[in-house]
Design a protein around this ligand. Structure first.
Ligand code: AMP
Length: 197
C-alpha cells in the first residue's frame, strides 16, 4: 500500500496517518518529523532546514527529496509507505512520480484531509510546536493554498477528499471507507480497534 496524505497543517494528518499506518502495517514517513529529528540530532541536514522551518517556508526541494530518497530506501518501506507532508508542491510531486515510476511502484491513493481555516489555526496554536507562531502559521497556510493545493488536480482521480472536522475515530472510519472498501483484513483490524477503544 502506497499512500499520500495531503492537507493544510492542523487538519489532523499526523494523527490519521498513524492510524492508517497501523491498519496497513506500513511506515509513516513524515518529512516534517524527519526534519525535526535531524534538528534534534544536530545533523548538517537539520542545520540546513531549520531556518526555513522557523520562518514557515519550504525547505528547498533538492534537500527534501534527498531525505525522502534515503528514507524510502530503508527496508521497512519496501512493501509500502504513507507519505505525510510530501510532496508539498508540483515539482516535488513530479519528482516523486518519476522516482516511483522507475521502481514500478506508483502511489495508489491520495487522502486529502481538509478543515476550515479557523479550525486549523486553533488546532495549531493549541499544539504549541516551536514553529507554531501566529506569523509562521499564516505563512504555512498561504503556502499550502498556493503551492500544495494544486496537487489535488495533479493527482486527479486518485484523490479521496475527507472532511477533517469531527472525532478522530470517526474521521479514521471515513478514510478507511474511502481508501480500502474491499480490504477484508483492514476491515477486521478496524473493528477490533474500535471494539477495544
Ligand atoms: P510539517 O511537520 O509537515 O508541518 O513540516 C514542518 C516544516 O518542515 C514545514 O513548515 C517546512 O519548513 C518543512 N517541510 C516539511 N515537509 C516539507 C516538504 N515536503 N518540502 C519542503 N519543506 C518541508
Amino acid at each position: 500500500m502506497r499512500l499520500l496524505i495531503i492537507g493544510p497543517q492542523g487538519a489532523g494528518k499526523g494523527t490519521q496517518a498513524d492510524l492508517l499506518c497501523g491498519e496497513f502495517g506500513i511506515p509513516h514517513v513524515s518529512t516534517g518529523d524527519l526534519f525535526r529529528a535531524n534538528i534534534g540530532a544536530g545533523t548538517e541536514l537539520g542545520r540546513r532546514a531549520q531556518g526555513y522551518m522557523d520562518a514557515g517556508e519550504l525547505v528547498p526541494d533538492s534537500v527534501t527529496q534527498d531525505m525522502v530518497t534515503d528514507r524510502l530506501a530503508q527496508p521497512d518501506a519496501a512493501a509500502g509507505f504513507l507519505l505525510d507532508g510530501f510532496p508539498r508542491n508540483i515539482a516535488q510531486a513530479e519528482w516523486l512520480t518519476a522516482t516511483l515510476a522507475d521502481r514500478g511502484t506508483p502511489i495508489e491513493s491520495v487522502v486529502l484531509l481538509t478543515a476550515p481555516d479557523e479550525v486549523l489555526t486553533e488546532r495549531m496554536l493549541a499544539r504549541g510546536r516551536a514553529d507554531d507562531t501566529a506569523e509562521a502559521i499564516k505563512k504555512r497556510l498561504d503556502i499550502y493554498y498556493s503551492e500544495t493545493q494544486p496537487l489535488v488536480d495533479y493527482y486527479g482521480s486518485a484523490v479521496v477528499a475527507i472532511d477533517g472536522v469531527g472525532e478522530v475515530d470517526e474521521i479514521h472510519r471515513r478514510i478507511m471507507t474511502a481508501v480500502a472498501p474491499t480490504r477484508l483484513d483492514s476491515t477486521r483490524s478496524a473493528s477490533t480497534r474500535s471494539a477495544s477503544a
